[in-house]
Design a protein around this ligand. Structure first.
Ligand code: GDP
Ligand code: IMO
Ligand code: MG
Length: 430
């Protein structure tokens, strides 16, 4: 048996969806432990493209139970829509389980997300606008509505009316927005509650029992380490525990039950939203990467900011996550580059820095220093064996692994399942 956490090592969109889908082949459970529908995880199976926001990608595998655990915030409108879309595409949802402890995203969370962002002006975070921050804020201030209350019509009505009264005061008096009609929200959301109720169960017990019976569990991290509320580039982060430790917090599975952590990272860097990004390329090279990698947000469609691979940032996140191995994705996107660059260190206020600063004011002053290597100038997207990769690509990977101080266990050279090169099968064994 193995319990494996898959976690993003930068600012999201590292192809966690693809890697989880690849590992799910041998899994019994795939578990989302953090975040909500701010995530967008893409899986390509043959010619079909699936975009997941809250439903775990494991649902594509007929033997996998897909779990939405305690640490997730669930938007019932989006979630039921996702289930309907999957059903239309022949994917059954009967193997989905939802924790009663997960929190519900309601219309006032989305409204407040937008209103708070607008009020920040140039200091905005660039959120996905999905109500994530306000929902987690309610959870932490102990005023949130959980799934267990949501599916009980009487409790839901009482909690919703009281919450909306308070939120309307905030919306109208502080932000000058339009108040919500509690009865209308109740009517609409009661319908979602009926659809969600059959999936609700004690997921912590389910996963504990499963692990005790030697089941294989893949924990599907959402967002990524530098968007983690504690370990990321605060305040330009999301509101959940994205790092591997979040898999324990967000599921009730104890740390001693985690066997391995696979960190996922692209062969270059991207970021969506605001916040410092030392290796960002605001030039034709950045544009070429965006074009070749089709770097547009899965959730919001925003163009992703692109830059070179940053070994300072990834050495830090590899350590924070205690990664066992790295899945290096989208290597094929660099196929046409004459040369490729790795950021080896920063210069900050005239000093050489190899330790990633999480204080954004310091990070904003970081000047990246690069090592330049020859590109491979060849289409690698159909290569199946590591040794068949061009020597320049192998050298790039070797130097990168040396600088981040972590071994590479998977190399991805395309969107499809069969465009995945395994270097260390033992590390992936369930
Ligand atoms: P996630 O949020 O980490 O799951 O990543 P996203 O799904 O938001 O973004 C990754 C994108 O890269 C998706 O469109 C994938 O289909 C695509 N992708 C995944 N692996 C590869 C790869 O190795 N090469 C290329 N070119 N695209 C890939
Ligand atoms: P996946 O799982 C990329 C970013 C947003 C914004 C910040 C806060 O697909 O990798 P939020 O709406 O969470 O309050 O926004 O976090 N962000 C992501 N960027 N991929 C994601 O998820 C993200 N989830 C949040 O762009 O900068
Ligand atoms: Mg994504």
């Amino acid at each position: 048996m193995a319990n494996v956490v898959v976690v993003g090592l930068l600012w999201g969109d590292e192809a966690k969806g693809k890697v989880v889908d690849f590992l799910a082949e041998d899994a019994d459970y795939v578990v989302r432990y953090n975040g909500g529908n701010n995530a967008g995880h893409t899986v390509v199976v043959d010619d079909e493209v699936y975009k997941f926001h809250t439903v775990p990608v494991g649902v594509l595998h007929p033997n996998v139970t897909a779990v939405v655990a305690d640490g997730v915030v669930l938007d019932p409108q989006v979630f039921t829509g996702e289930l309907a879309d999957l059903k239309n595409r022949g994917i059954t949802a009967d193997r989905i389980k939802i924790s009663g402890n997960a929190h519900i995203i309601l219309p006032y969370h989305r409204m407040l997300d937008g209103l708070e962002e607008s009020s920040k002006g140039s200091g905005k975070i660039g959120t996905t606008g999905r109500g994530i921050g306000p929902c987690y804020a309610d959870k932490m201030s102990r005023t949130g509505i959980r799934v267990c209350e949501f599916i009980d019509p009487e409790r839901f009505r009482e909690r919703l009316f009281s919450c909306i009264e308070r939120k309307n005061a905030l919306i109208t008096k502080i932000y000058g927005g339009e108040p919500l009609n509690a009865s209308a929200v109740y009517e609409e959301y009661s319908e979602y509650a009926k659809q969600i109720k059959p999936y609700v169960t004690d997921t912590a017990k389910l996963l504990f029992d499963a692990s005790s019976q030697c089941a294989n569990v893949v924990f599907e991290g959402a967002h990524a380490s530098l968007l983690d509320i504690d370990h990321g580039t605060y305040p330009y982060v999301t509101s959940s525990h994205c790092v591997a430790g979040g898999a324990c917090i967000g599921t009730g599975v104890g740390p001693t039950m985690i066997d391995r952590v696979i960190g996922v990272v692209k062969a270059y860097a991207t970021r969506v939203g605001e916040g410092p990004f030392p290796t960002e390329l605001n030039d034709e090279v950045g544009e070429a990467i965006r074009k070749s990698g089709n770097e547009y947000g899965t959730t919001t469609g925003r163009p992703r900011r692109c830059g070179w691979f940053d070994t300072v940032a990834i050495k830090y996140t590899a350590a924070v996550n205690g990664v066992s191995g790295v899945a290096l994705t989208l290597l094929d996107v660099l196929d046409d580059m004459e040369t490729v660059k790795l950021c080896t260190h920063y210069e900050i206020d005239g000093k050489k820095v190899r330790d990633f600063p999480t204080d954004v004011d310091v990070l904003a002053r970081a000047v990246p220093v690069y090592e330049e290597m020859p590109g491979w100038k060849r289409d690698i997207s159909e290569i199946k064996i590591f040794n068949d990769l061009p020597v320049e690509a192998k050298n790039y990977l070797a130097r990168l692994a040396e600088l981040i101080e972590a071994p590479i266990c998977i190399v991805s050279v395309g969107k499809r399942r069969d465009q995945t090169i395994v270097l260390d099968r033992e590390m992936l064994e369930m």
